[in-house]
Design a protein around this ligand. Structure first.
Ligand code: SF4
Length: 126
């Protein structure tokens, strides 16, 4: 196989970008503190496994919340901050096109403490 000079230059020029291709984008905003006034109002927790709230169902977390933007961990409720992907607050809404796929999702008292791993949350079209 013969590489043209142009293709070779493009390939070499793209090498510095490779380490960033698999990295999540850094949050552009400061991390939301659990002590923030509005965060306390909505019972925000950085780690959903610590949540003890009547509305919480295992598997719910910011990552599968409709208000969460994965690209930069942004939540529409707290637009000046980034939230933890594994966090939770009482305004959680299931991201459209997804569902909580595990039986533990309806049993917070399961062995896993009501927390299910991200890979058990499936897209509806799978
Ligand atoms: S609204 Fe959703 S994304 Fe925002 S903090 Fe609450 S659970 Fe997380």
């Amino acid at each position: 196989m013969k590489l043209s000079r142009r293709k070779c230059l493009i390939w070499v020029a793209s090498l510095p970008l490779v380490p960033f291709a698999s990295q999540p984008v850094q949050a552009a905003f400061p991390a939301l503190s659990e002590q923030h006034r509005q965060a306390r109002l909505y019972r925000y927790r950085k780690d959903a496994r610590r949540v003890r709230h009547p509305r919480y169902i295992g598997g719910q977390q910011c990552l599968n919340c409709d208000r969460f933007r994965t690209l930069d961990a942004w939540c529409s409720l707290f637009p000046e901050y980034s939230v933890s992907p594994s966090g939770w607050c009482d305004q959680w809404q299931l991201k459209s096109g997804t569902h909580l796929h595990s039986p533990s999702a309806i049993s917070p008292a399961s062995d896993s403490g009501g927390y299910i791993p991200l890979n058990s949350i499936r897209q509806n079209n799978e």
